[in-house]
Design a protein around this ligand. Sequence first.
Ligand code: FAD
Length: 607
Amino acid sequence: MSDSVYRYDVIVIGAGHAGTEAAAAAARLGARTALLTTNVDTVGQMSCNPAIGGVAKGQIVREVDALGGLMGQAIDATGIQFRLLNRRKGPAMHSPRAQADKKAYQNEIKWRIEDQENLDLRQETVEGLWTEEHAEGRRVRGVRVRGGATYEAPCVVLTTGTFLQAIMHTGEQKTAGGRAGEGTTAGLSGTLRELGFEIERFKTGTPPRLSGRTIDWKQTERQPGDEQPQAFSFLTDSLPQTQMDCFITYTNDAVHDLIRANLHRAPMYSGQIDSAGPRYCPSIEDKVVRFADKNQHQLFLEPEGRQTHEVYVNGISTSLPRDVQDQIMRLIPGLEQAKIMRYGYAVEYDFCPPTQLWPHLEAKTVEGLFLAGQINGTTGYEEAAGQGLLAGANAALKCAGKSPYVPQRDEAYLGVLVDDLVTAGTDEPYRMFTSRAEYRLLLRQDNADRRLTERGYEVGLVDAARRQRLHDKLQQMQRAEQILRDGRIEDTPADRYLKRPEVRWAEIQAQIPELATIPAEAALQVEYDIKYAGYIGRQKQEVSKQQRLASRRIPTSFDYQGITPLRTEAKQKLSKVQPLTLAQARRISGITPADIALVMAHLEGGG
Ligand code: FAD
């Protein structure tokens, strides 16, 4: 060991979206925490899209906020356009999204990290993990950093994103690095392999960025933000900043012909890249091949901030060579004269299949080592932030000798996320969709605080002021419910009247003026509770049924090989995932009700 040894309770490696939430969460729980990252000027950097939220992702940001996380308040302070997506659909689908001032967002996150008690942000490149054997297996002791120093801690959270053994591709050109202008991390992949981790490769891509001064905006469609923008954080009262517009343009047949003629120069088609990429977010070359009958694709022109002319072209992620990217622009309405400031590229990187983790995100084979974010095969800032918060909290809880915090599928999208990852793994970069959640009406963006804040307070993630705010809201809701029970409209009790699909709160309020004293947020909760009581009740019944299975715990030492009649495939899958409950076992793909019956019989027989 070298001379310099720094001691902490929790070390977090990487200050991206997972790492910053992990470090802040661990520190909030009182753990002495170090956040080590290669460059403190890239803390919280958005590698790709300058936006936070979106369908299902917005719900995650609200949950992270309800648990005291950073992301919601940071985007509220630095957003330049706010929209609630799917407004015309039911409340389960409402999803907040905001364009970020990218630099301002990053600075806001960095400032919040610097301001956090118990947390030291340090510029260090971690080259390896320090582990040791003990009676029950292997455990982490700390990390080694470039230059020879050592950090010692019983818990380490690894959140290195797209940087492990990363290669960037633009046409035939290949460069080592996880993000334009930055390097790669080789040592950590080596350590993980030596520790016996399975490692696989994924890829993702990013579009070119243009100089807004060279775009002919007149040829594009304007896309403004909401007139009454909604904040992400349950603590934000108003969003005073002026909003900026986004704009829309389209590709066309000429662009598609050009791409087809150059497919042999696109790394994915020339065989230069063969790892899986995000299917829902395909590159433009992918779209042209897969949707050959479409003669146009929509492109969103999104400003990257207030202090820059740089514009992100959402919808045209590409790894085609530079000359083709330049030619594509010449053919798109409004972009004919546009100058590219940064070329698009694809990046290939190592990740650890997440079935190697327990639901609280600790590695099964190395005690004290937690993994979160893109390293677990996910994609997206929000998915990373959510995992980071949980991993950081669980690392701190472990140091304090307390049980882990794992939200369940019926409590949070975060529960769906970690359960999907550790139970089923993923064969393409995993992103959240509302369709992944079976209890969507329970997991709405508007009620994340009601679902999570109290529990967050018990765990230590949430402070007293945030909890008090929730309690005030619950009291206002109770008052509103009482007023509705007492009031009558057209000879019908007001709460029953509100159940009618066409009736909205504003109408009721016009008839019962006392309701005007109820704040809008509390009113909305009461309105949804009353209107959707039937559906919510049915989902809750389904949850209780599932909870009976979930309460049947399976010991981690359970011997599936010993159940002779169990199919070989079931033995292999169950032994690999090591589900903690029968409910989790049932969700493993390929496990049948008959397999579950055998495991249950064996559990009951004490086998
Ligand atoms: P990151 O944000 O990548 O952060 C990792 C951090 O770890 C960085 O700060 C890095 O400096 C640090 N680090 C790495 N190695 C070390 C080390 N050895 N020592 C210390 N620090 C280290 N997401 C989408 O949702 N849609 C997209 O279209 C999309 N496209 C993308 C395109 C590109 C080119 C890239 C790079 C990413 C893209 N993403 C996209 C993914 C998105 O950026 C990630 O999902 C998100 O940033 C993951 O967060 P993270 O915290 O896991 O990792």
